[in-house]
Design a protein around this ligand. Structure first.
Ligand code: CA
Length: 235
């Protein structure tokens, strides 16, 4: 039924990419709204209330980051940023401003669809995670938010308070990349020179305790130079 479709707003000034994204999304059952200017996108956001935004960062009238900043004042709608490989720095600041995910151009249709599905799902999971008594499950990993307990294969794992807080944070944003700065702010409150190193040491200990071998990207994916991503249960 047409009115059950997820509505996705695509803001992109490159006509080729815009039409490619639109075709892929429509073929896969999404309703697509398009804008080629930032201002136009912001207006459509309030008039059409889409479920998700796919946003190009380099737009002619305003920076895509400005779009995120304005949107986040009033809305938690998932935002996936499209960025060129040369915009590494922009990508990180977009995530820190509140974008949920990014896709690097050029990208394949499979990747686009996977990210869209994950972001729509996370939005629903976040609502559920706020409820008491919830348990995060990813393969044989379980995190019980009420007991603050982590289990692998049914056996409780001893983790420190900090390690638990990191795991809990990443799991509540499963499927989404969390930047070093975002994790550090959430866990320690402020960032200093040693923060990233401290986070990496904690992460190495966490991975060891979860039984991950070095280099193995089980449960938690290391997004080099950007941050960490807890795998989505349905990836
Ligand atoms: Ca552009």
């Amino acid at each position: 039924m047409a009115n059950n479709k997820f509505k996705i707003l695509v803001v992109e000034d490159d006509r080729k990419i815009l039409s490619m994204v639109q075709t892929v999304l429509e073929t896969n059952g999404y309703q697509v709204l398009t804008a080629q200017r930032c201002q136009q996108g912001i207006l459509m956001l309030s008039s059409h209330v889409p479920d998700l935004v796919v946003l190009d960062l380099g737009l002619p009238d305003m920076d895509g980051e400005e779009f995120i900043r304005i949107t986040r004042r009033s809305s938690m709608i998932p935002i996936i940023v499209l960025s060129a490989r040369s915009e590494e720095r922009d990508k990180i600041s977009a995530l820190d401003l509140g974008a949920n995910d990014y896709i690097t151009k050029p990208f394949g249709t499979g990747e686009l669809l996977a990210r869209v599905r994950a972001s729509l799902r996370i939005n629903r999971q976040n609502l559920q995670a706020a409820m008491p008594g919830s348990v995060f499950t990813l393969e044989d990993l379980q995190i019980d938010y009420d007991r603050r307990q982590v289990c692998v294969g049914g056996a409780a794992i001893h983790v420190t308070q900090i390690e638990y807080n990191i795991l809990s944070l990443l799991s509540q944003h499963a499927g989404k990349v969390m930047t070093y700065a975002a994790i550090i702010r959430a866990i320690w409150g402020a960032m200093d020179d040693g923060s990233v190193k401290k986070l990496q040491v904690n992460m190495a200990n966490i991975r060891k305790k979860l039984g991950c071998r070095p280099g193995e990207s089980r449960y938690i994916i290391n997004e080099l130079g950007v941050g960490y991503r807890m795998q989505d249960a349905q990836d």
